[in-house]
Ligand binder design. Structure first.
Ligand code: AMP
Length: 422
């Protein structure tokens, strides 16, 4: 057991970690360009935050949370999503009384106890943004455009962007009635979950993936049939902004997403490259959440993207990844006498900002050269007795195998020049 990780978790080994960093760095860059600032919240919160902020009729809260009592007998939960914690922090730190909107982004691990499968983990990682304090439809459009811009920069193509409006609580009440009237005669054909949802949260039947429910939902009334004039105007404005930006989308009246606090715009991005767990990101507006979390009425809109699924989609597309971490220089000593000089040189190179390493296994010269090659270093610096006497070292360029002798004094700068020249 101690050499096996828990189900639904993953070790991200160095080569893969480089790919993660590429995705995260691209995300951070885009957040800066769109003026979202980073926030870091705890990995666990009071359970009640998610019960209220995600909704206690949602699958996440009903079945998927890692909830436990701590040693002080308080119920805490590992965060299953990032929005409720960000809203909690927005209220707790009084960000709501400063200039609005407050535009924030986060990255980090989320936890859901679900059946693991390809693209579905119990610990997974999200990149998310939230804009709090404005109900302007341009902000909904900015977010949707931002997701598509981000995916584009990662080389993801063939994505489907679905958008919808789930209206306000008034529209939802009307829809709930209409849906219940439509669904009740079909109750016997619905899956066990949807039978339960029928009375409590019938909207969720619209996005159930079970075959029978899906068949029945095709002809069901959708959120779009029940939008009040204000919600209709908001949705039209979002679409107009998207059209101005040339963002291609499909309107999908059955897109309701899993969380209770969504109002107005909902959106989801699907990749056809990653099998059944095809959602690589989604979000929407949640004008009721801040109040539900105990704050003043304040609108919000946000999205969350799953890093694991983004990477799956990128691999499915054969997208470009930059090379992982490699040392710039590997220092090799021709014999044991040079080892201490090699050690000094190693630290001198590092001090000048080069990534450098040497052998710590007592390898022969030949084995050191072979090992250096495996590290993927750009240059090998070979220290031998004769060269040392001359105050120089041999420098081998691993990209073409050429070798030159260079003075030890100023070596780091010379190597930097050579790297910079390429
Ligand atoms: P959600 O918070 O459910 O709207 O999910 C937002 C995004 O997080 C999804 O589009 C997925 O990319 C990702 N995601 C959600 N749940 C999981 C999971 N169990 N494993 C991996 N990624 C997930």
């Amino acid at each position: 057991m101690i050499t096996t990780r828990p189900r639904g978790t993953a070790d991200i080994l160095p080569e893969e970690a480089g790919r993660w960093r590429f995705v995260e760095d691209t995300f951070r860059r885009i957040c800066r360009e769109y003026n979202y600032r980073e926030i870091r919240t705890p990995v666990f919160e009071h359970t009640e935050l998610f019960e209220r902020g995600v909704g206690d009729t949602t699958d996440i809260v009903e079945k998927e949370m890692y909830t436990f009592r701590d040693r002080g007998d308080r119920s805490v939960s590992l965060r299953p999503e990032g929005t409720a914690p960000v809203v909690r922090a927005y209220l707790e730190s009084n960000l709501h009384s400063g200039p609005q909107p407050v535009k924030l982004y986060y990255t980090g691990a989320m936890f859901r106890y679900d059946k693991p499968q390809a693209g579905r983990y119990r610990q997974f990682h999200q990149l998310g943004v939230e804009a709090l304090g404005s109900s302007h439809p341009a902000l909904d459009a900015e977010m949707i455009a931002m997701i598509m811009d981000f995916y584009g920069r990662l080389g993801l193509k063939g994505l489907e962007l679905h958008i919808n409006s789930v209206g306000c609580p008034r529209c939802r009440l009307a829809l709930k009635d209409e849906l219940q009237n439509y669904l009740r005669p079909h109750a016997g054909e619905l899956c066990i979950n949807c039978k339960n949802r029928l009375e409590r949260n019938p909207l969720r039947v619209l996005d159930c993936k079970e075959k029978n429910c899906d068949r029945i939902a095709v002809n069901a009334p959708t959120t779009l049939d029940c939008l009040c004039p204000d919600c209709g105007d908001h949705f039209d404005a979002v679409k107009e902004y998207l059209d101005r930006l040339g963002v291609v989308y499909q309107v999908d009246g059955r897109l309701v997403r899993g969380l209770d606090y969504y109002t107005h715009t909902a959106f989801e991005v699907m990749s056809t490259d990653i099998g059944s767990q095809s959602s690589i990101g989604g979000g929407g507006r949640y004008n009721g959440l801040v109040e539900a979390c105990g704050g003043p009425p304040a609108p919000g809109v946000g999205f969350a993207l799953g890093i694991e699924r983004i990477l799956l989609a990128m691999k499915g597309r054969g997208a470009y990844f930059p090379a992982g971490d490699r040392p710039d220089v590997f220092v090799v000593s021709a014999d044991a006498e040079c080892e201490k000089d090699a050690f000094d040189l190693l630290f001198a190179l590092r001090k000048c900002g080069l990534g450098a390493d040497m052998d710590y296994m007592g390898r022969s010269l030949k084995a050191q050269m072979k090992f250096a090659g495996k590290t993927g270093c750009r240059f090998v610096v070979i220290l031998g007795g004769d060269e040392l006497k001359r105050g120089s070292a041999s420098v081998k360029d691993m990209t073409n195998g050429s070798q030159i002798e260079l003075p030890l004094k100023g070596l780091a700068e010379e190597i930097k020049k050579l790297i910079g020249g390429n």
